[in-house]
Write a protein that binds this ligand. Sequence first.
Ligand code: ATP
Length: 317
Amino acid sequence: MNDAEHVNGAGYVTVRVPAKVNVQLSVGGLRPDGFHGLANVFLAVGLYDEVTAFPADGPQVTAEGADAAQVPLDESNLAVRAARLLASRHGLAPDVRLHIAKDIPVAGGMAGGSADAAGALVACDALWGTATSRDELLAMCAELGSDVPFSLVGGAALGRGRGELLTPLETGGAFHWVFAVADGGLSTPAVYRECDRLREAGGGGATVEAVPEPEASGALLEALRGGDARALADALSNDLQAAAVSLRPSLADTLKAGEAAGALAALVSGSGPTCAFLTEDAASAEAVAATLRASGHCRTARTATGPAPGATVVRQG
Ligand code: ATP
């Protein structure tokens, strides 16, 4: 029984929020504000955290799940920052206890912290009855982090700017994925720094500021629209992959193991170290996951389909 079910009439709201995989992550030049310009095609996948908001003197945060020990339980938790931001916008005290049932790998390149921030905004908004408009919620998400707006909307979307300016994308069917979860995370800023370092080292004198503005791939958008897994497999790309592999060379073996097991394509998910494998169908995903689990190349392998819905209230009472 989880905490939500212990509550008796005190009121609570539980929000389910998906992980994401970047099916295209094109990294442009380093901007004066320290962020990189991105063409970032997000796909939400059916691995979820659940964020429950309870009335309490707050903010407080608790976590459960295999990775719970790695979730910060202080003011640095993105869900706590989200609750504080929403409360301050409405002139309220941030009186809430947030309980995170964590199923998204921590520091895994799947936007787990961003998911919890979006979940906390939606849960607190319902708990406090603040009826915040969708546009205001999206603006708060963008303040909290580049990937947070996508966690709110889910589905598939193109993110421009630093990833926060979203255009929803049409998808023509479900895509079947396997995620090889690594032991230990990678720091997203460290992976971007390594990407810049590799570019400067190999760039023939080019500076990291001069990288052209990236564009979404037409072939990739067409593959998503058509629900065509083979075409999507051919169009997948991640400019952070070389940097993630440079920092964690064993990822190259994980990627090869998934391809050898029958995946259509393999790529590092976002800043890694989770590796994502696109497969033909559900049966093939299960087979690839079983082979990866037995291979010793990852801590575990999970299957999930995408697109998945964004932050959604699933229980309240
Ligand atoms: P992204 O894919 O958006 O770059 P990520 O999935 O690689 O992110 P997260 O799981 O969001 O990484 O965690 C990155 C760091 O954020 C963690 O190491 C942790 O210190 C911090 N953090 C803050 N709040 C949370 C949270 N609610 N859950 C997990 N990590 C959090």
